[in-house]
Design a protein around this ligand. Structure first.
Ligand SMILES: Nc1nc2c(ncn2[C@@H]2O[C@H](COP(=O)(O)OP(=O)(O)OP(=O)(O)O)[C@@H](O)[C@H]2O)c(=O)[nH]1
Ligand SMILES: [Mg+2]
Ligand SMILES: [Zn+2]
Length: 374
């Protein structure tokens, strides 16, 4: 298999130049399990795991290879196994804060070119969730595309598309029905040789069904949404990267129960450019758009030109990323041996900050395989 088929290009080969001398070969992570990985390389498939040394120098969960990553491996002689020695810099990474209260970044999929945020046009539909996913997607560096699946269950698809477009500046919005195989060609249009697309969204929205349509075969298991889904059953249980026979790669992921942001204020701004545009007209340049006089954002909510739900969503996501940023700054501060006793309001925060544990596969209860995937 040609590496280019797997998405290998100058960005990665430049990083690899210094590693070739060590007898390492490049491979791409196509599956991640509790105890290891499956990788593809020029010479085929390997079961792979990270070396003890890799674990030792690891700085946090984010440093673990994720599906989509390029790694340097050393194949074991006469076996279909290999050891992962190094992780190449990611071009893009879709991350989130791990579920629960720990402050750790977890990579869901990496080196993705286009990230499809899938929502069902049924009871699952939520504009607020779409805004949240879009913020994380802008943070990833990949191009976000919103997919409204199950169009067959919706009476006014055009109206829904229009509403979603109003909360998704910069991201194309497509309505499809994977069940009826309608609209899927538009999604297929994004899949070109060497490119990687990924599907993200809650459980049961039809990610795997769409992927099966793209592949033209029932590769991924699909299951009716049942009441059990709410209790944590997921049909797709691990992330995997699939090669399309005509070129291009597709990453399927298990539905996410919660997407806690790992993003910055800039990412929220990119996802709310309409509000940022209004904010240019606020009286104060550091306006928080809450209680200040002369706030153009609040004025727009009052006169009905800005939807209040969207405004609330904006302030909520801003607060979330600001808190995250504060956590990160405090962690840096403690690393530097700084005294935190005088920093206001740090007690509870400190209890939740954990130095990423080195040399361990679990990070104080946070496993490299997240809850959704067990
Ligand atoms: N009515 C309708 N049902 C669909 C459509 N696409 C998928 N479904 C159904 O939705 C259910 C869930 O589909 P999956 O593809 O398993 O959903 P998923 O997003 O992969 O779910 P997880 O793997 O749990 O994250 C299945 O019963 C599908 O048949 C659609 O376009 N219309
Ligand atoms: Mg699935
Ligand atoms: Zn303002």
């Amino acid at each position: 298999m040609h590496l280019a088929t797997l998405g290998w290009d100058d960005y990665f080969s430049r990083q690899f130049e210094s590693l070739e001398g060590d007898g390492l070969v490049p491979a791409r992570i196509v599956e991640q399990h509790k105890n290891g990985y499956i990788t593809y390389g020029e010479h085929g498939e390997w079961q792979a795991e990270v070396t003890g040394r890799f674990l030792h120098v690891l700085a946090g969960l984010v440093g673990f290879p994720a599906v989509g990553d390029w790694v340097g491996v050393r194949p074991l002689p006469n076996e279909d196994r290999a050891l992962i020695h190094t992780l190449l810099h990611r071009r893009t990474q879709f991350a989130r804060k791990v579920a629960g209260s720990a402050i750790e970044e977890q990579v869901v999929a990496s080196n993705v070119d286009v990230v499809f945020l899938v929502t069902g046009l049924d009871g699952n539909f939520s504009l607020r969730r779409i805004e949240r996913y879009l913020t994380e997607a802008w943070s990833s560096g990949a191009q976000p595309v919103v997919v409204l699946n199950k169009a067959d269950l919706c009476d006014d698809v055009a109206a829904r598309v229009k509403t979603v477009q109003s909360v998704a500046p910069g991201a194309p919005v497509h309505a499809v029905s994977a069940a009826r195989n309608e609209g899927v060609d538009v999604v297929r249009g994004y899949l070109t040789p060497g490119r990687t697309i990924a599907f993200l969204g809650s459980s049961g929205v039809g990610k795997s069904t769409i992927i099966n349509r793209l592949l033209g075969e029932d590769r991924q298991e699909v299951q009716a949404v049942s009441n059990a889904v709410g209790k944590g059953r997921h049909t797709t249980t691990s992330r995997s990267l699939l090669l399309h026979p005509d070129g291009g790669m597709i990453i399927d992921t298990p539905g996410m129960r919660e997407l806690q942001l790992w993003a910055s204020e800039d990412d929220v701004e990119q996802s709310f450019t309409d509000i940022e545009l209004l904010a240019d007209r606020c009286r104060f340049s550091d306006c928080t758009h809450t209680t200040e006089p002369g706030c153009a954002v609040v004025a727009a909510v009052d006169n009905g030109s800005l939807d209040e739900g969207r405004y609330r969503s904006y302030t909520k996501l801003q607060k979330e990323v600001q808190r995250l940023q504060r956590f990160q700054e405090l962690r840096e501060h403690t690393r530097g041996g700084g005294d935190l006793s005088r920093v206001h309001g740090t007690r509870q925060i400190l209890e939740r900050i954990r130095e990423p544990t080195r040399g361990r596969r679990d990070f104080g209860g946070v496993s490299i395989v997240d809850r959704d995937e067990r």
